[in-house]
Design a protein around this ligand. Sequence first.
Ligand code: GRF
Length: 215
Amino acid sequence: MNDEQAGTGLRIAVFGSGRGSNFNAIENEIRNGHLPHVRIVVVISNNSEAGILDLARKDNIPAMHLSSRQFPDEDAYVQSLLGALQEKEVNFIVLAGYMKRLHPRIIGAFRNRIINIHPALLPKFGGPGMYGEHVHRAVLASGDRESGATVHVVDEEYDRGPIVLQRVVPVFPSDTVELLSARVLKIEHELYPEAIRLFAEGKVLFNDRDVVLRH
Ligand code: GRF
């Protein structure tokens, strides 16, 4: 974080397409005073019916439905997204169940300032098609005895950006997709606020393609 960004803290845009439980977990930590200098200034969804938009409205956080379908072409769509981020003075983006690929112009404009959470131990069980239940089903089919959650920086390579934090959960022989996904989601709700705190405190440093955490 440079001096200017340190002065304003993190002004976060959360992008999500679904229920928004990670958004909720982060917002709770902010409300409880555990994430000083962190604010969620806008929530953006490609899905007008996403629960995350309702949760944001309930918390009086600006909630926007922005989808490429609302625009004549991709350029106009990306321009509008960038305009919204600029208007809210966003300096950090958190993807929380966002089902669309971010346009390279957005990734470029927020280099090393976009994070995502993935419900497995990347680099395993990531990449195109690995979302939601598919991830947990693949973990169970693999016979692995451990899974977990990963917070990583978003770059142009899908699910491949530098890893910031990971936490492991056990996988039991009796597990179902439902049991495993609930176990992973529970730790996601702890891990994501923790990763945001590291960024807010300037503890995430970049060394070429890797993340170095300063303790
Ligand atoms: C989470 O499992 C997250 O790992 C994945 O999408 C899901 C989002 O859940 N990227 P929620 O909308 O935050 O409840």
